[in-house]
Write a protein that binds this ligand. Structure first.
Ligand code: NAD
Length: 496
């Protein structure tokens, strides 16, 4: 059995890693103890002291080398994702591509870290500001994007001059070991990028460790809240991105075919295991034509192993999660909703032991139903019917999550109103999954993000650095100085 991770413990705890398409255990991951985390952080803190003194030119050279290696190993990274996460290979390639874009953003760090300078803010006095690294930054990441989500964090943190300790999901740990090897080949000094495989014990050890200055977390809302509160309690800067329940609002004037295509991709892509997946379709007016169009497309989707090019959708991450998703469809029926397309009884030829669940479409869902209230994280699209755009905005805004949302319409004024009034962090207009590019910043509102800073882009640079402003006076010996009477008050008037 392949073993991932290491521990100084004589009898370390382990967790199984599965191939979700076959249901077979393929590896076991060694879960770091608190002592293992402490040892890793101590080495990272030492490395951070040297790394912050490495010039911007030298740092960006290593980032460019890392980018080239990631580019060369796109297929290896994608294969590693599919083997443990299960998503189809093409989608895994897309994940790698979006991650590399953040590396490319971070390659521009000499420009991104340029400070400000003002000459003669007062007579003979100059002011400037610089951003300095924090020291050691920790990242804790979810299973659903084992390459991309960590890449939202460490390229920027490391480019800014920090050491980074990554605690990836224990459910698909292997892609991270490949990334660590690519950093090594790129010439990154030892311990500037450290991987700690583990579970809650490792996370809590990172949150409590005094040498960790900041924590980036992405995962479910309950854990995000815990990370935010515990990290803050120990004096850290924390950004904790949580779960989601993303709505797509469809107005009567939307283009039917392209909207149905977009919703199929947003609802069922990656088997719905995306924090930006659409799970609630809010239809204004007559919903039937759209439901028919989505149902027709959903029935035509092929669910199967991610390695099979014929598959549109792979399995879910574990059998337990598959059963949990099925439970929500049972509950929807019991609550009076209509299951138009039912993924519960899907049969995948040769895939009896895989964690497969077919595309599911549930109509006549109301906000009080569990299928709407909870994040399901599976291929289940719920349809809610409302009468007006105002009703739709009210529904979206009443939801405790606020990660992503989209509106489908041909009417600019309606789209503008939606964009302006909706209380959600990322908004698409005729774009179902409005994931910001690497040079913008990603993040939700409300219970989808705890903390102030969104991730990557300039918010990422600010999160990973601390601002210092400097006021400078160099007395000019050539002009001499008049000792006079020292003033104890703030300078005032025009003669400053
Ligand atoms: P999760 O919250 O179970 O796990 C995330 C990380 O937290 C993992 O590294 C895990 O080991 C650790 N963890 C789990 N339980 C813990 C505990 N009790 N104490 C401390 N640490 C703990 O999330 P997941 O199931 O891996 O991923 C799916 C979730 O992530 C979904 O809710 C999804 O919406 C969310 N997500 C959000 C975003 C975003 O950008 N907002 C992006 C991707 C995924």
């Amino acid at each position: 059995m392949n073993q991932i991770g290491m521990s100084g413990e004589a009898q370390p705890r382990t967790a199984p890693v599965f191939n979700p398409a076959t249901g077979q255990q393929t590896a076991e991951v060694v879960l770091a103890s608190t002592a293992d985390v402490h040892a890793g952080v101590t080495r990272a803190a030492e490395a951070a002291r040297a790394w912050r003194n490495t010039s911007l030119t030298a740092r960006s050279k290593i980032l460019f080398a890392f980018r080239e290696l990631c580019d060369r190993h796109r297929d290896d990274l994608a294969a590693s994702i599919t083997a443990e996460h299960g998503k189809v290979l093409e989608d895994a390639r897309g994940e790698v591509a979006r991650g590399i874009e953040v590396v490319e953003f971070a390659c521009g760090i000499p420009h991104l870290l340029k400070g400000e300078f003002s000459e003669d803010v007062s007579t003979g006095i100059d002011a400037s500001s610089i951003r300095q690294p924090l020291g050691v930054v920790a990242g804790i990441t979810p299973f659903n994007f084992p390459v991309m989500v960590p890449m939202w964090m460490y390229p920027v943190a490391i480019a800014c001059g920090n050491a980074f300790v990554l605690k990836p999901s224990e459910r698909d740990p292997s892609p991270t070991d490949l990334v660590a090897e690519l950093w090594r080949q790129a010439g990154l000094p030892d311990d500037v990028f450290t991987v700690v495989h583990g579970d809650a014990e490792a996370v809590n050890a990172l949150l409590d460790h005094p040498e960790i200055a900041a924590v980036s977390f992405v995962g479910s809302t309950p854990v995000a809240r815990h990370v935010f509160e515990r990290g803050h309690a120990s004096g850290k800067r924390v950004q904790a991105l949580g779960g989601a329940k993303n709505h797509a609002v469809v107005l009567p004037d939307a283009d039917l075919a392209s909207t149905a295509d977009a919703l199929i991709a947003a609802g069922y892509g990656s088997a719905g295991e995306r924090c930006m997946a659409v799970s609630a379709v809010v239809v204004v007016g007559d919903a039937q034509p759209l439901i028919d169009a989505i149902a027709e497309r959903a029935r035509a989707l092929v669910t199967g192993p991610g390695t099979d090019p014929a598959s549109d959708m792979g399995p879910l991450i574990t059998q337990t999660h598959r059963d949990r998703v099925a439970g929500y469809v049972d509950l929807a029926l019991a609550d009076g909703a209509d299951v138009v397309v039912d993924g519960r009884d899907l049969v995948v030829p040769g895939g009896d032991n895989g964690f497969f669940f077919g595309p599911t479409l549930v109509d006549n869902v109301t906000p009080d139903m569990a299928v709407y209230r909870d994040e399901i994280f599976g291929p289940v699209l719920s349809v809610l019917r409302v009468d007006t755009l105002d009703d739709a905005i009210e529904l979206v805004n009443a939801n405790p999550f606020g990660n992503g949302t989209a509106i489908f319409t041909r009417d600019g004024a309606s789209a503008r109103r939606f964009r302006r009034d909706v209380t959600v962090g990322m908004v698409g207009i005729n774009v179902a999954i409005p994931v910001p590019m690497a040079y913008y910043s990603f993040g939700g509102w409300k219970q989808s993000l705890f903390g102030d800073a969104h991730i990557h882009g300039m918010e990422g640079v600010r999160f990973n650095t601390r601002l210092k402003t400097i006021t400078t006076r160099w007395p000019d010996p050539s002009s001499g100085t008049d000792p006079g009477r020292p003033a104890l008050h703030f300078p005032s008037g025009d003669n400053r």
